[in-house]
Ligand binder design. Structure first.
Ligand SMILES: [Zn+2]
Length: 152
């Protein structure tokens, strides 16, 4: 069976952020209401890994809503570099949850390949406890503990 054909709607590219999404409406042009509003305001298209959750594709958005994707950096609030996002659970768990959600909505199957490609397209890092962000977070926590110990 061709799983792509079993899905409702067809794949479209958001006119605002360029994210690939699905819609059963022939007139659908935007992936989300923030994108529709942004386009209405005439602001320049954004999109890409730096655009953040509002312009992610359906897969990343669903994982974000479920709490399986979250912000991992920057660790310090004084750090003004762009936010980084990662899987907060192992990919098997996140993929299983996504399959469940899409099935419930009648959106068809999501292959593991499609899942990985969607995360990559939206700049979401894999679940990795040795990521630079995690190491930085550990260093930050260690400094906090040191500070608290000195305050005693
Ligand atoms: Zn969009």
């Amino acid at each position: 069976m061709n799983t792509t054909a079993a899905r409702k709607g067809r794949e479209r590219t958001c006119n605002q952020c360029g994210a690939v999404y699905r819609s059963i409406r022939n007139t659908s042009r935007f992936c989300s209401s923030p994108c529709r509003k942004r386009a209405g305001r005439g602001s320049a298209p954004v999109g890409g890994p730096k655009a953040g959750p509002e312009c992610w594709g359906v897969i990343a958005k669903a994982l974000h809503r479920a709490g399986y994707v979250g912000r991992v950096g920057p660790v310090s609030r004084r750090d003004t570099s762009a936010p980084t996002y990662a899987l907060l659970v192992d990919p098997e768990t996140a993929h299983a949850e996504l399959v469940h959600q899409f099935d419930r909505r009648g959106w068809g199957l999501v292959s593991r390949e499609e899942f990985s490609a969607a995360l990559k397209a939206d700049g979401i890092h894999g679940f990795n406890t040795r990521s630079p962000e995690t190491l930085e977070l550990n260093r930050f926590r260690a400094r906090q503990r040191g500070r608290m110990a000195r305050a005693d």
